[in-house]
Design a protein around this ligand. Structure first.
Ligand code: XMP
Length: 323
């Protein structure tokens, strides 16, 4: 619509005015905010923007490819990919405590991201003075309060500012709400899978495996999660459901029977929720036939899973994530 066209053009102009003929870098998380911010700045300054994507191996099926291929195809952005999967797996080995996992993932993320920034700044023949961030209006309001929650969030979001690298911040989405950012993303021609992505926690699948994280468990969860998302989309419900975590109870086994054999596999938990802002949430009343399809497909297609359960707890008292 015309309002979004105006917002896009005005924002592109404002970014051009701020950056001039300088250079900028931007961290991509796979989420909508950083993608729209990067696309906007790309329109404003073209190849003088470099994006960094840290693949920590904790994303869902297809998400890394969406950033590396589809986003690049849609925007023509310069992308620097860091494959840090081994490093994150090694750091997480044997760790089961949720807050410990968060700390490790946040710490490793910042280290890898800063190393990539230094590399890009070092390789550039001109100074890189600007760091682009996908800060939204609600984030600005939240950080103003200086609450613990905001600190935790900024810590895990992409682009935490390295203290010894002096960048000026470019925050083209600072006055916008999520729905406006999505409209802007569509306006800029980003893929629907990115524009309409549901919120996803920075620590990713690392906090959706109850128990220690390893490659095999990640692969099991990724398959189950992909099926659940696919069926939700097929049913046309993905924009009504706020988030749909799928959680692997990796240290729990239960007995089942399949074909002519006894199985001893893992349960997974479906956690579809509706919400306005994630502060409170209700469990989503998914139609039985959609749940049935997801259950049948997961138990048929993911060998290690022999039981599918649905979490019917609201928030409070439950949180959206299990960890
Ligand atoms: P909970 O589980 O507390 O989650 O109800 C509320 C919202 O925050 C997301 N979440 C996180 N996001 N880093 C993030 O970037 C985290 O460590 C984290 N933990 C939870 C969660 O997905 C939901 O949208």
């Amino acid at each position: 619509n015309w309002t979004m066209v105006n917002i896009a053009e005005e924002s592109i102009e404002a970014v051009r005015a701020q950056i001039g003929d300088g250079r900028a870098i931007c961290g991509l998380s796979g989420g909508v905010d950083s993608a729209v911010a990067a696309a906007l700045v790309q329109r404003a300054i073209g190849s003088r923007l470099t994006c960094v994507f840290v693949d920590h191996g904790l994303l869902r099926k297809g998400e890394a490819e969406q950033v590396e291929k589809d986003f690049v195809a849609a925007t023509g952005v310069n992308l620097h990919v860091v494959d840090a999967q081994e490093r994150f797996l090694a750091a997480l080995a044997g760790v089961t405590d949720p807050e410990e996992k968060r700390k490790i993932i946040g710490r490793e993320f910042i280290r890898v991201f800063e190393a990539a920034e230094r590399e890009i700044v070092g390789e550039s023949d001109e100074p890189v003075q600007f760091l682009v961030q996908g800060t939204l209006y609600p984030d600005v309001v939240e950080s103003g309060g200086g609450t613990g929650a905001a600190n935790i969030k900024s810590h895990h979001n992409v682009g935490g500012l390295p203290e010894d690298l002096q960048f000026q911040l470019v925050e083209p989405l600072r006055t916008l709400f999520k729905d406006e950012v999505r409209a802007l993303g569509e306006q800029l021609g980003l893929p629907a899978e990115i524009v309409w992505r549901q919120p996803f926690p920075g620590p990713g699948l690392g906090i959706r495996i109850i128990g220690a994280v390893d490659r095999e468990r990640l692969d099991i969860l990724r398959e189950a999660d992909a099926i659940a998302r696919e069926e939700l989309t097929r049913a046309g419900l993905d924009r009504e459901v706020w988030q749909f975590p799928v959680v692997l109870l990796a240290d729990v086994r239960s007995v089942g029977v399949q074909g002519d054999g006894r199985t001893y596999g893992h349960p997974i938990v479906l956690r579809p929720v509706t919400s306005e802002d994630a502060m409170t949430a209700d469990w989503a009343r998914l139609p039985y036939d959609v749940l049935q399809k997801i259950s049948t497909r997961i138990t048929n297609e993911v060998r290690e899973i022999n039981r599918v359960t649905v979490d019917i707890t609201s928030k409070p008292p439950g949180t959206i994530e299990w960890e």
